[in-house]
Design a binder for this molecule. Structure first.
Ligand code: FAD
Ligand code: DHB
Length: 395
């Protein structure tokens, strides 16, 4: 069967936050792109994932005209609580860092990005299959795929952006031996739930507990998002709603404070790993977001790193494809990896400080508590956390 051949400047694989945001940034500078997604629109708009936007990522959405709903329905948070040893301490981001974060779910960001792309008549195809990339080191790399209606297609590009997440085909297309992978798999996972109950807290609570970590996050004034540390091999079927609420009550509970319970609408288990693949470029293929790196969710960096990558990538591609200057494209990987490794360190640090590994050594438990006490009692240490949580300035 012969393929229908079309052309674009940037072929983007993946309609997650990285791919969609890259598409918007390129469109703003007049660079043409096609976004291909193997899932349905309904699926990508419903997938429950991250919930916290760094200060500058929220500002970027505003600058792109994509923050009307965030500004009315999202919630600005000026700090977090760290809880340990029966005490709850507030880390005040406004006071310490002069910055804040926005609690605005990734699914909502994706909905707005999809709507903006379709409203502007920009190319976005859902439910494609068999996406493959070819000729990555030639002047005209190609993507082949089958459209939702079954037609075989070929897309000839100037560059390809692999924004296809951890399991997508882009990173796998880099020849063996050219990528260096740094990886750590943690001996725990997060069981996350979405519950129809008003949040019991005004700001997120990160709780250290001998039974394991717990996090109270929020979605809307009527919906809470909560997480408990579980074993990675845990079967979700073994976690009844009663068991989940009991674990949350134990780990988040404090005298004089009530965790309100409600119907659990959705639940799932996410394993935790740190992963960095370098370099983030091979020929005319550029990797961005989870396609190149994964952080454990403690610290809420995954979505924000994906946004930072595509800001750098959009600048590089506009300089190259519009002005003929390839220097930013040449430095893309190094520029991104500096931020990626800082976020990898922050996420590893938050994870190590807050989780209880199976069979934890009592000495390590004391060290965790000493670290938490330091962060919550030393202004320089709290300021460092506040600056890192609210995020480095975007390039
Ligand atoms: P993705 O969002 O994964 O987007 C990649 C897109 O590519 C997807 O839409 C996928 O369907 C598509 N794709 C894949 N293969 C193909 C193909 N062959 N052809 C076409 N399209 C393809 N971060 C946090 O900070 N806090 C959290 O609580 C949190 N929870 C998470 C829970 C889960 C289950 C996961 C997987 C991630 C979580 N993250 C969290 C991380 C955060 O959501 C990611 O860092 C973020 O989604 C990265 O965006 P991305 O666009 O790079 O990748
Ligand atoms: C959420 C997720 C995180 O990983 C985090 O650190 C804070 C909040 C959330 O889903 O709301």
């Amino acid at each position: 069967m012969t393929a229908r051949v079309t052309r674009t400047q940037v072929g983007i694989i993946g309609a997650g936050p990285a791919g969609l945001l890259l598409g918007q940034l390129l469109a703003r500078s007049g660079v043409d792109a096609v976004v291909l997604e193997n899932r349905s629109r309904e699926y990508v708009e419903a997938r429950q994932r991250a919930g916290v936007l760094e200060h500058d990522v929220a500002s970027l959405l505003r600058e792109l005209g994509l923050a009307d709903r965030m500004d009315t329905e999202g919630i600005e948070h000026g700090g977090i609580y760290l809880q340990f040893d029966g005490e709850r301490h507030h880390i005040d981001f406004h006071d310490l860092a002069g910055r804040s974060v926005w609690v605005w779910a990734q699914t909502e960001v994706v909905k707005d990005l999809v709507a903006a792309r379709l409203a502007a008549g920009l190319a976005l195809e859902f439910e494609v299959s068999g996406t493959a990339v070819h000729d990555l080191t030639a002047d005209e790399p190609r993507m082949t795929y089958r459209s939702a209606d079954g037609e075989q297609r070929e897309l000839v590009c100037d560059v390809i952006a692999g924004c296809d997440g951890f399991h997508g085909p882009s990173r796998a297309a880099v020849p063996a031996g050219l990528l260096t992978v740094s990886e750590r798999v943690y001996p725990f996972a997060w069981l996350g739930v979405l519950a129809d109950v008003a949040p019991s807290t005004d700001e997120l609570i990160y709780a250290h507990h001998p039974d394991g970590f717990a996090l109270h996050s929020v979605r809307t004034p009527e919906v809470s998002r909560l997480y408990v540390q579980v074993r990675p091999e845990e079967d979700i079927a073994d976690w009844s709603d009663e068991r989940i609420w009991a674990a949350l009550q134990t780990r988040l509970g404090l005298p004089g404070w009530t965790l309100h319970e409600g119907p659990i609408r959705e639940k799932g288990i996410t394993p935790m790993r740190s992963f960095v693949a370098a370099p983030m470029r091979h020929g005319r293929l550029f990797l961005a977001g989870d396609a190149a790196h994964i952080v454990p969710p403690t610290g809420a960096k995954g979505l924000n790193l994906a946004a930072a990558d595509v800001v750098v990538l959009a600048q590089a591609l506009v300089a190259w494809l519009v002005d003929g200057d390839e220097r930013l494209a040449d430095s893309y990987s190094d520029t991104c990896l500096r931020r990626v490794w800082r976020a990898t360190h922050f996420s590893w640090w938050m994870t190590s400080m807050l989780h209880t590994p199976p069979g934890q050594d009592p000495f390590d438990a004391r060290l965790q508590l000493a670290q938490l006490r330091h962060v919550t009692s030393s202004r320089p240490a709290a300021t460092d956390l506040a600056l890192r949580y609210t995020g480095q300035p975007l390039p």
